[in-house]
Structures are given as C-alpha cells and as structure tokens.
Design a protein around this ligand. Structure first.
Ligand SMILES: [Zn+2]
Length: 144
C-alpha cells in the first residue's frame, strides 16, 4: 500500500514523463489547466465582488467584464504574496485552501490602479477600509 505522498510523487513523475513524450497529452493538460484557471477565477471574482457578483467593489463602479476585473489585496502586499504562494492556478488554489480569507476584493484594473496611486500619495489618500458584515464572512469595501 502506497502512502499519499508516494502516490503524489508517482503521479507527478507520470505526468512529467507523459507531457514530455506525448504532445496530445501535453496540449490536453494545458487546456484543462487553463479551463480550471478561468472557471476558478470567475468563482473567486464573484465571491469577492460587489454583492456576491463578479463586479468591481469600488463605489459607483459597475464593471462586470471578467477580463477587466482583478483580485485586489485589500491591505496591499500582493506582489510579495504572489511570490510566496505562486501565480495563476497556484495563487487561486491558495485562496481556496485558505478558505477564502477576507483579504481580497474584486476591483477593476482602473480602480486597482487608482487605489494604488492614492495609497502611494498618502496626503491624497482619503480611502479608508470599512469593515462590514455580509452573509457569513467579513468583507471590506473601499469608501471615500
Ligand atoms: Zn471599478
């Protein structure tokens, strides 16, 4: 009987060898990985979005195009965090494994940039994080 770690190691080696030798397998694995990424990303954008929908949390913003939305680290430090846990699927899987921590919010690219500028220019930063309860989790929203 193999342990869980032994089974994992076997599967990793099998996949690595097969990807190297079988282009069709490699393409299928790639496509499955992309599909997982986009599906999970949409779920997380909705989870951290305005009123449980994949929408920018910035007051008055109604951007819903998933290509225009990002998962924003509310308190900053996103670059450092992604270096620690990885990007892409690794990052999204970390969020799920960590049971959807309330440190993210969905923002559009423009408002993520605007928030970043405001945080850098602290004299202009009138942005405050306001805690409010929503369903069974703590959610933060940006307010002016
Ligand atoms: Zn926005």
């Amino acid at each position: 009987m193999k342990t869980k770690d032994e089974k994992s190691a076997y599967h990793r080696k099998y996949s690595k060898d097969r990807r190297r030798e079988d282009p069709a397998f490699r393409e299928r694995e790639s496509r499955n990985s992309r599909n997982r990424y986009h599906t999970l990303r949409r779920v997380l954008l909705a989870h951290y979005g305005k009123d449980g929908t994949a929408m920018c949390c910035w007051p008055g913003c109604g951007i819903i195009d998933p290509d225009m939305l990002t998962l924003d680290h509310i308190h900053g430090g996103g670059t450092k965090h992604r270096k620690q846990c990885g990007a892409g699927n690794k990052f999204l899987n970390w969020i799920v494994r960590s049971k959807f921590p309330a440190i993210f919010q969905t923002l559009c690219w423009n408002h993520q940039w605007k928030k970043r500028l405001a945080m850098q220019q602290s004299d202009l930063a009138e942005i405050q994080l306001q805690e409010c309860d929503r369903n069974d989790r703590t959610q933060y929203k940006l307010t002016y």
